[in-house]
Design a protein around this ligand. Structure first.
Ligand SMILES: [Zn+2]
Length: 267
C-alpha cells in the first residue's frame, strides 16, 4: 500500500509566488474533484490542511472528514517554520489544530510543515507537537534542494520523541544516491515509467511510499502565472497539465491507507 497525501493550500500559499495582494481563493473545485476521485475508487487518504483554508471552505473540509479521510495539519497560515520566531510558529500550529478539530469534529494527530521547512534539530517543534497530542510529523524532506530539505534527514520512518513518529516524504535510494519521486514537482518531473519502477521497488522492500499532491497542481487554468521568478514558474507549473492523469493512475492502481494508519502500524 501507498499513502496518498494532499497538502491542501492555495497557490498563493506555496512560497513560489510573488506574495501579497494575490490571495485568490480557487482551490475549492480541485479539492472537490479529489474527494470524488478517492470515493469513486474507495481509497484512503490524508489531507494536510492549512487552517485558514479550512476557515474559508468549512463545508468542503467537513465533507473530507465526514467521508472518512484523515484530517491533518499543514499549519494555520502556511508560515515557514524558519521564517518567524518560535513562539509565533507554535501559536500558528496550535491554532491550526483547534480550527481543524472545531470544523471537522475529528482529532488531528499529524502535522506537515509548510514547504518542508522543519529541521531535524528543531527540538522546540517536536516538543510542541507532543504537547498538543500529535502522533506523527511528516516534515523532514530527506533530500537537499535550494528551497528545503537535508541529506541528514532519515529516509525511513523514525522516532523524534517516544510518542512522536517522523514519517518522511518518499525518496528512492540507489546505493548512496537519493531520488525524490511520487510527490509534487517530482511526480510531474519524472516520467511515469520511472515513478512506477521506484514505487514497485520500494513496495517490494516493504516500504510505504508517500505520494503528495497540492490542489493548485490540479488547477491548470492558464489565468495565474503568479510565480515570482522563472525558476519558481518551472517548479510550480512544469507538466502541470499531466498532474491529474498521473494522480488518477496512482489512485487507480495502488491501494492506499492513511498516514495515521501507518503511524499505528509503526507502534
Ligand atoms: Zn504547503
Amino acid at each position: 500500500m501507498i499513502c496518498l497525501t494532499f497538502d491542501v493550500e492555495e497557490r498563493f500559499h506555496s512560497h513560489l509566488t510573488a506574495g501579497d495582494g494575490q490571495r485568490q481563493w480557487s482551490a475549492g473545485d480541485s479539492i472537490a474533484r479529489l474527494i470524488d476521485l478517492l470515493e469513486e475508487h474507495g481509497r484512503a487518504a490524508t489531507f494536510f490542511i492549512v487552517g485558514e483554508l479550512a476557515e474559508h471552505y468549512p463545508e468542503l473540509i467537513r465533507r473530507i472528514g465526514d467521508a472518512g479521510f484523515e484530517i491533518a495539519s499543514h499549519s494555520h497560515s502556511h508560515l515557514k517554520m524558519d521564517a518567524a520566531n518560535r513562539r509565533v510558529c507554535e501559536a500558528d500550529i496550535t491554532r491550526s489544530k483547534h480550527v481543524l478539530e472545531d470544523i471537522t469534529g475529528r482529532a488531528v494527530t499529524g502535522y506537515r510543515a509548510p514547504s518542508w521547512t522543519a529541521k531535524l534539530t528543531d527540538d522546540w517543534l517536536w516538543d510542541h507537537l507532543v504537547s498538543l497530542g500529535f502522533q506523527y510529523d511528516s516534515s523532514l524532506f530527506p533530500f537537499r534542494t535550494n528551497l528545503y530539505g537535508s541529506f541528514a534527514n532519515p529516509v525511513a520512518p523514525s522516532r523524534l520523541r517516544p510518542s512522536l513518529h517522523e514519517i518522511p516524504p518518499t525518496v528512492g535510494t540507489l546505493g548512496p544516491l537519493r531520488l525524490p519521486y511520487g510527490g509534487g514537482f517530482y511526480l510531474r518531473l519524472l516520467p511515469m515509467w520511472l515513478t512506477r519502477r521506484l514505487l514497485r521497488r520500494d513496495l517490494s522492500r516493504g516500504r510505504t511510499p508517500i505520494v503528495y499532491v497540492h490542489p493548485w497542481e490540479l488547477d491548470v487554468q492558464p489565468s495565474r502565472p503568479i510565480e515570482s521568478s522563472r525558476f519558481n514558474r518551472f517548479v510550480g507549473n512544469y507538466n502541470a497539465d499531466q498532474t491529474w492523469d498521473r494522480l488518477v493512475e496512482l489512485v487507480h492502481d495502488y491501494p492506499s491507507r492513511t498516514m495515521n494508519a501507518l503511524c499505528h502500524q509503526l507502534g
